[in-house]
Design a binder for this molecule. Structure first.
Ligand code: PEP
Ligand code: MN
Length: 261
């Protein structure tokens, strides 16, 4: 794969890349309050789901494209970059129209080569960073296949996100980390930036710090973590979100191995 490392993205590859923000964009006030707090603590990359792929029907499925102007506003107001999930070419088109800075492909989309290929085709000639979550099932080849499809569309700012793997009865994690899979990916593609998503691995906030530390110990390039100004009342993934204040402390307490030589 012809990919760029984080330095070549124009980022400081020695410092972990942190992407923080709510599972879902809910209201203008929720977005503004959360982003304001995160930005004041130095977070420069914000995440927020606009279209939400839910496992079962009748759950909150995201507010949809009405969120895009709200995002544009907070980007401008707090000078942050914004990442959203895309699952089809229409999402890509809308994200580009509203100046979204980074796209990610969710775990339920990565499993489907038809869907990934359609997204790839819609990205031809576009220069935007794309992060690809591992598929829900522990299938490294499927993850690599999705990365290759997007890369072959010309996207060189490409990264993997390790969000764990679905399981039937893991007593600890919502999605089992099965660390050997992302580590094997890193071994095969040393240049590919790899982030860890402790939120979707843990499913509950108490476990976040230990998984985030493990990711740092294993030399991941960054973290994507869910943060909401009022986590218990979040419209999705309430049990795993933390306030910006708690997140700042969690990150301050991480021991980061220096990669400088
Ligand atoms: C999310 O990031 O909120 C999400 C839906 O994640 P995943 O695709 O990892 O389940
Ligand atoms: Mn979520």
């Amino acid at each position: 794969m012809d990919i760029l490392n984080l330095n070549e993205w124009g980022l400081d590859a020695k410092a972990p890349l942190y992407i923080a923000g709510p599972c879902s964009v809910e209201t203008p006030n929720q977005l503004n309050t959360t982003v304001k707090d995160l930005a004041s603590r130095g977070f420069k990359w914000i995440r927020g789901g606009v279209w939400k792929p839910r496992t079962r029907p009748n759950s909150f499925e995201g507010v949809g494209e009405i969120a895009l102007p709200w995002i544009q506003e907070v980007k401008e107001k707090y000078q942050v970059q914004f990442a959203i999930e895309v699952a089809n070419p229409y999402h890509v088109q809308k994200a580009l129209e509203y100046g979204i800075d980074l796209l990610w492909i969710g775990a339920r989309t990565t499993v489907n080569p038809f869907a990934v290929q359609e997204i790839a085709d819609s990205l031809k000639g576009v220069d935007i960073p794309v992060m690809i979550k591992n598929p829900v099932n522990p299938d490294l080849a499927l993850w690599i296949g999705a990365l290759e499809r997007i890369n072959q569309a010309g996207i060189k700012k490409l990264a993997g996100i390790h969000r764990g793997f679905s399981n039937f009865n893991d007593q600890v994690y919502r999605n089992s980390p099965t660390w050997q899979i992302p580590l094997e990916l890193k071994t095969r593609y040393p240049n590919l930036p790899l982030l860890n998503d402790p939120s979707h691995i843990c499913g509950k906030r108490d476990l976040l710090a230990s998984v985030a530390q493990m990711a740092m110990d294993l030399n991941f390039d960054g973290l994507i973590i869910e943060s909401h100004f009022d986590p218990v009342n979040a419209w999705s993934d309430a049990a795993q979100q933390v306030t910006p204040e708690v997140l700042e402390k969690l990150i301050q307490d991480l021991q980061i191995r220096s990669t400088s030589t």
